[in-house]
Write a protein that binds this ligand. Structure first.
Ligand SMILES: [Fe+2]
Ligand SMILES: [Fe+2]
Length: 203
């Protein structure tokens, strides 16, 4: 490693430390530990599938960077930033943490990379035709090691390291199943993601 490479890698590590410290300050301990787990899995999946490791780590540590607001704050912040609020988000304001996460990542943590910002934006519901980084964050959020065990988790973990698209199907299917069981309204976007990837697998 020459001196420039060494400086670059030290600079990147300092950036990650800064982001981790910021998350530790704003998030609950549980969510901070979850975010560290997501960062770790994002790193591993990026390595396996050939995504940009630094971007994956940044998206992983920051994906829930707005998930500390109260219901009222989610709505008032969304209003302040003139975000469109879907009927589902109106009923479930915490779902706005993805859209606000993108804004906070940009405004509070200086992230301007579109790929990272989109991975944060789509981490809760996924979307059809996701980029590699979006899929990595979507799946990592679900399978990170600190998650409490629940149906489908072991399967998702096992599949994630060999077939990312199949892992997206399992994660979206389990999310739909879980919300249905809980009697909670389902975000139509998760259903769209699930159907897209099932259809794609059947082509
Ligand atoms: Fe989240
Ligand atoms: Fe999360």
């Amino acid at each position: 490693m020459d001196i420039t490479e060494l400086r670059n890698s030290m600079g990147k590590e300092m950036d990650m430390t800064r982001l981790r410290d910021s998350m530790k300050k704003v998030l609950s301990e549980k969510r901070y530990i979850h975010s560290l787990g997501v960062e770790e899995v994002c790193h591993d999946l990026a390595l396996i599938y050939g995504a940009d490791i630094e971007k994956a780590e940044i998206a992983g540590i920051l994906h829930d960077c707005a998930k500390y607001l109260t219901k009222e704050e989610f709505l008032s912040e969304a209003k302040r930033y003139r975000l469109p609020i879907s009927p589902y988000e109106r009923d479930n304001p915490y779902m706005l943490h993805a859209k606000l996460g993108l804004i906070y990542a940009r405004e509070k943590y200086g992230i301007n990379d579109e790929e990272i910002l989109n991975a944060i934006l789509f981490h809760t519901t996924g979307r059809p035709n996701m980029t590699l980084l979006e899929k990595i964050v979507y799946v990592s959020d679900y399978i990170e090691p600190n998650r409490k065990p629940f149906p489908g988790l072991d399967e998702a973990r096992e599949v994630a390291y060999r077939n990312l698209d199949e892992a997206v199907i399992i994660v979206s299917k389990c999310t739909l199943y879980y919300l249905n069981e809980k009697g909670v309204n389902i975000d139509p976007a998760t259903k769209t993601t699930y159907e897209y990837y099932v259809n794609q697998a059947n082509i």
